[in-house]
Design a protein around this ligand. Structure first.
Ligand code: DX5
Ligand code: ZN
Length: 227
């Protein structure tokens, strides 16, 4: 499946919300996906954007949209995001009534399906669901806010998931989200992640596209030293 060997996905959560289109285009040519955090003030305390803004983003940028739903009742709302034509829709396993049924619906509509695992949720009980998914998003913070510190102990989940994917020859993207920056991305890559969400590290930088390229170089360096 993967179109490139690694994916860097800047998170718009750290961008200037008064000019989201411009901020999305600022990383075109450097980023692989654009990560869009949807928060509903119920599943997480924070509140961000919903369908109308994501719809506008689909025409504002050529980047594939990686929508991360941090919302209650994704079974009800997630298909609407897939219908907008976004590339990938990830929902939280903690919130979904029927994760496999929802993944099937998302794929039938034409998007990729992503399973997201929050800080306090173990990954093992869900490994058997992975054949129904295209991405597995493992939070490296508690979901809800940008700018938090990366939690290296959560990489044990990434290692466990990577072992499982290898053993089962499953081709999922293994995505990490939260506190990813130039100091932490190598550890995430070594643990087995191959998609990296970064908000503050990209949009907090003077040159967002340059920051994406720097993150990619860090991962490539980690891969070289491992080989
Ligand atoms: C937080 C979001 C993240 C957030 C990461 O719940 O899911 O995508 O933007 O931000 P940083 O990279 O600043 O930790
Ligand atoms: Zn996110």
């Amino acid at each position: 499946m993967p179109e490139t060997s690694l994916v860097v996905a800047p998170s718009l959560l750290a961008a200037d919300f008064s000019r989201l289109g411009e901020q999305a285009r600022a990383v075109e040519g450097a980023a692989d996906w654009l990560h869009v955090d949807v928060m509903d003030n119920h599943f997480v305390p924070n509140l961000t954007i919903g369908l109308p803004v994501v719809q506008s983003l689909t025409t504002a940028t050529t980047l594939p949209l990686d929508v991360h739903l941090m919302i209650d009742a994704p079974d009800r709302w997630a298909p609407g995001y897939a219908e907008l034509g976004v590339y990938n829709v990830s929902f939280h396993v903690e919130a979904a009534a029927d994760p496999v049924g929802l993944a099937k619906d998302l794929r039938a509509i034409g998007s990729r399906a992503g399973l997201a695992i929050d800080r306090d949720t173990p990954v093992e009980p869900y490994l058997d669901l992975l054949p129904h998914f295209d991405t597995l998003l493992i939070m490296t913070i508690k979901a809800g806010f940008g700018g938090q510190e990366f939690m290296p102990e959560l990489l044990d989940k990434v290692r466990a998931a990577r072992r499982h994917l290898r053993a089962g020859h499953l081709e999922l993207r293994l995505e990490v989200d939260g506190g990813v920056n130039e100091d932490t991305i190598e550890a995430a890559a070594q643990a087995g992640a191959d998609a990296f969400v970064a908000g503050t590290a990209v949009y907090g930088a003077a040159d967002p596209a340059g920051a994406v390229r720097a993150l990619r170089r860090q991962v490539e360096k980690a891969a070289e030293s491992a080989s």
